[in-house]
Design a protein around this ligand. Structure first.
Ligand code: 5GP
Ligand code: MN
Length: 343
């Protein structure tokens, strides 16, 4: 069944605009993940196959395990080429906003540039509470991933035959990484039908799983070992596990970008644990990742205490406190938050 958010008349209107546009930009969010890279590149390749040129821009760098995807070489990073990106935004006719629900999710400086631009804005996203900044808002907060939405965008436009291995790889990667390998409750029969269709169009799923998950270096495994051995706190009374890492600890373990990806899910895999938190020191800020099971809305907790958000079972936020103070704040605030949920 077609996803009703992609109304045919809206799509026709959008493609009319695209056909009259010279500069079309496709943005993903800060700290791009598999869905951000997968969905933006899938859209880029799809538009390309229809003779529409576009440019993918990401705020900053992305993990090595995503670099095998075709088109990653052509992605511009605002962090590396701010002048070039600023110029492109100034002359942009259309700006796609993928995998985020508010323009500030690309970072403060870049977010302001996007806000100032009078390009036609298009949002394709699955995060809760979408902001109202785009002329074309395609938001489905029940969807497992933006990559699935890009598939449905193509499907609704009658273009499934254009999906080849290249486009399929990008969509499959976005779905795979945003669903914890097809395990989260957000996965539906449609998600599996899409995966099946992508495989029939040339995607080699086993290769993608290897590219994404069999990427450990001895250093990463040692960092995980150190974290679990020394930095894991289980709070059985609130079914919560917390792990944390300071910049120094990560430097001592020769940590590279992406090394800590998935650590929070290891904490969530402990028997009986339904909320997991990972507190990580970044350059000027402490980043927090929340994961949960069932009806525990960690996005609300993150919004309430850490100016963050995300999904019910996967959210993030930031703190200006130290790592230890952030952990203490979570330990102080989480029990009452969880207690009021059961009332
Ligand atoms: P992660 O823990 O993997 O960084 O993020 C989990 C989810 O929360 C993602 O869907 C991401 O978009 C969202 N998220 C992460 N950090 C923030 C944040 O600072 N603000 C908001 N609104 N969402 C975030
Ligand atoms: Mn996503």
């Amino acid at each position: 069944m077609l996803n009703p958010i992609f109304e045919k008349s809206k799509l026709d209107e959008l493609f009319q605009v695209l056909s009259e546009s010279k500069t079309i930009l496709i943005f993903g969010h800060k700290n791009p993940d598999g869905d951000s890279i997968g969905s933006t590149l899938a859209l880029y390749h799809y538009l390309g196959s229809k003779g529409i040129n576009s440019q993918v821009i990401q705020p900053d760098g992305f993990p090595n395990f995503l670099k095998w995807m075709e088109g990653t070489d052509s992605i511009l990073l605002f962090e590396k080429q701010p002048e070039e990106v600023t110029e492109l935004i100034k002359k942009a006719d259309v700006i796609f906003n993928l995998d985020y629900n508010e323009q500030s999710r690309v970072g403060k400086e870049l977010g302001e540039l996007l806000q100032q631009s009078d390009a036609v804005k298009v949002m394709i996203d699955h995060h809760q509470q979408p902001d109202d900044f785009a002329q074309f808002t395609f938001s489905d907060t029940t969807s497992c991933s933006t990559a699935q939405l890009v598939y449905e965008f193509i499907e609704s436009n009658g273009d499934l035959p254009l999906i080849n291995e290249t486009i399929g790889n990008c969509i499959y990667t976005g779905i795979l990484t945003d669903t914890g390998s097809f395990r989260f409750p957000s996965v539906t029969p449609k998600t599996h039908l899409i995966a099946a269709d992508l495989i029939s169009r040339g995607v080699v799923h086993s290769r993608i799983h290897e590219e994404i998950y069999d990427i450990n270096t001895p250093e990463r495994l040692k960092l995980l070992g150190y974290t679990l051995n020394n930095k894991l706190e289980v709070l059985p009374e609130i079914n919560t596990a917390i792990i944390s890492l300071t910049m120094k600890e990560m430097q001592d373990h020769k940590t590279q970008k992406g090394y800590t990806e998935g650590f929070v899910n290891t904490a969530l895999s402990i028997l009986g644990v339904t909320t997991a938190v990972f507190v990580k020191e970044d350059k000027h800020i402490v980043k927090i990742s929340f994961r949960s099971k069932g009806d525990i809305p960690v996005n609300e907790f993150s919004k309430l205490h850490f100016g963050g958000g995300g999904h019910i079972n996967a959210a993030g936020g930031a703190s200006k406190l130290s790592v230890q103070e952030t952990v203490d704040k979570i330990k102080k605030e989480l029990p009452s938050f969880l207690a009021q949920l059961t009332k």
